[in-house]
Design a protein around this ligand. Sequence first.
Ligand code: OGA
Ligand code: MN
Length: 317
Amino acid sequence: MFGNWRCWTVYRRMKAESHEEALEKMKIEIVPTGDALGAEIRGVDLKRGLTEEQTTAMKSAWQEHLVLLIRGQQISDRELVEFSCHFGVLELAPANEFTFRGNVDMPETPPEISVISNVKVEGQPIGALGSLEADWHTDMSFMDEPPLGSILYALELPTEGGDTGFSNMYAAYESLPQDVRLRIDGLVAIHDNSLTSAGTLRKGFEQVTDVTKAPGARHPLVRTHPESGRNALFLGRRTNSYVPGLSVEESEELLDFLWAHAVQPRFTWHHKWAIGDLVMWDNRCAMHRRDPFDDTERRIMHRTQIRGDRPYYSAAA
Ligand code: OGA
Ligand code: MN
């Protein structure tokens, strides 16, 4: 009967001011970065949750800008999970895998949360990626159905370094020379599962010596976004990538070309973090990377990942 305290709070606020005033306050502001992708969303307080209007506006801004930034939040893990649920079904962080969850038992951290951190407790990392550079990648693209997006929230930051960059894969695809577009039409690539985004070997995997046998999902090089209907380059990660059907030399040459093209500064935007920043990216049409930082400092980020579908390519898009 006393069920939803949050609705009750909103009701009181709506009574205290006019309906129009209250609605106006819930409007979000979308401020594009001015670079090839990314926009800041202003006017949301994730502690209060999102209204339906705000959710709709954010979804369309996300589709248009690929990466969204919300500054100055102060939310708990549970609130991060609640916020993330507006954008789909959450993928659980693989529980026992060092590379996602850390070796440290964290019963208080919800199972949807992946910890991205260099911090160690009694010599054991509490999260993934350490302090090394994380090269350009798409999260968990070694899965047959990779997450459609990830949401990263900054809790502790080093004084410098650890910036995160994003690259617009629609723009990369659309600006490819026509002959390259025709060549990659219908090709797939292996998305290696043996290495983390920071280049370290995952637990339970062996070093890949022959890329034609790399473990991991095969996905089309050009991916049709299921919501926008637009085509984007879908590269995953460079290490141990291979295009079946080509010789290793041909595959390396093609992939080197596509990678050099895809991460040109004209397609990117880089974010310098402040504590309380939340950044969400669409894994289907954007890649990301992270700068290294001083390992004697602490960086703790909490991440959720939203379940996605199997990548496909539709020539008609
Ligand atoms: C990730 C990731 C980059 C960062 O969480 O998937 O790549 O800046 N993080 O921590
Ligand atoms: Mn990542």
